[in-house]
Design a protein around this ligand. Structure first.
Ligand SMILES: [Ca+2]
Ligand SMILES: [Ca+2]
Length: 326
């Protein structure tokens, strides 16, 4: 199948990259796309109970926080697969009780909760250093680029709970897997091309509703529901079907298997006309072996901003051509 398509392309055009491609036949370089979390749009709110007593907020916003970092997804024309190894780091939402060593006092924490045990008083919980990730098998991707997010699993790969009550004080790790990502809610992938087509940005929206059970001995069993959504983006160049920042044989294979058919960017339609044809192949061939730049933060770093300002100042001071020199 693959060889037949290569032959067709060879007849269709004079592409200098083809001998290089032929040299890589059957070698794969699959790597996941690293989606950079859009922090304001990546937020999870917790609810639940400890030993039957509902979790309440310690203060405004203490049960909700944003996440920064990345997560890894293998993209193919018809599937998505969450790959373990991403770092979705919960940001601190405020200063909450208790301190990390479980004594009274407040210090920055990702989440701050409390539960009322009646005659036994109120227990306070502060969650810190929480890092979430996700994994899944291969999940079908519709032609509209939606997928069933409930087929992925949320995992907490790091986190500690400090707790303080009349009964007991201490710390407990909060590590484990959630029961699933929002069932009934579709995840979506959208791909926006630059004009003219040179780069594309993939944005993934993932609804999350995962429940984690944690034994906080001796206070009891905590049932914590994480509900919200993550949004992440990754930008790459023409030819990179799977957004792993590299234009290689994986991309060629994806394009070749869709050649002549309708398809998305993931199938090799880089021009955006809805079909995978020779124009798309030409774009891939031109970038074959190229690597896309690493993800850039939307906010200039202080050092870079200072350099830009310094350059602007130099440019301003430079005498204009032909201007009289004092
Ligand atoms: Ca690629
Ligand atoms: Ca096309």
């Amino acid at each position: 199948m693959r060889f037949k398509i290569i032959t067709n392309i060879f007849i269709g055009g004079t592409i200098g990259a083809l001998p290089i491609l032929a040299g890589f036949v059957s070698r794969g370089f699959a790597a996941p796309a690293s989606f950079l979390l859009d922090t304001p749009e990546s937020r999870l709110t917790i609810s639940g109970s400890v030993n039957g007593a509902p979790l309440q907020q310690q203060g405004p916003g203490s049960l909700s926080t944003t996440y920064s970092g990345n997560f890894l997804i293998d993209l193919s024309p018809k599937t998505v697969q969450f790959i373990a190894g991403g770092v979705a780091d919960a940001n601190t939402s405020g200063s909450w009780d208790p301190l990390p060593n479980a004594t009274a006092g407040t210090s920055p924490a990702d989440y701050g909760a409390q539960a009322n045990f009646g005659i036994l008083g109120t227990a306070r919980f502060a969650v810190r250093n929480l890092i979430a990730d996700g994994f899944s098998d291969s999940i079908p991707l519709s032609s509209g680029l939606t997928f069933d997010a409930s087929l992925a699993t949320v995992s907490l790969v790091n986190g500690e709970v400090a707790y303080r009550s009349i009964l007991a004080s201490g710390t407990s790790t909060l590590i484990g897997t959630g029961s699933g990502v929002a069932s009934g809610n579709l995840g979506t992938l959208t791909i926006a091309r630059s004009v003219p087509a040179a780069t594309a940005t993939a944005t993934i929206q993932i609804p999350i509703a995962a429940t984690v059970i944690d034994d906080i001995d001796p206070i009891g069993t905590a049932t914590i529901n994480f509900v919200g959504s993550f949004r992440g983006t990754v930008t790459s160049i023409v030819g990179d079907t799977n957004f792993d920042k590299s234009v290689n044989l994986d991309d060629f294979t994806a394009l070749a298997s869709s050649f002549g058919n309708d398809g998305s960017w993931l199938a090799g339609d880089f021009t955006g006309d809805g079909t995978v044809n020779l124009d798309d192949f030409t774009g891939l061939a031109a970038n074959f072996g190229q690597t896309a730049p690493a993800e850039r933060s939307s906010v200039p770093e202080p050092a870079a901003a200072a350099i830009i300002l310094a350059l602007a100042g130099l440019q301003h001071r430079r005498p204009r051509k032909g201007a009289p020199v004092g």
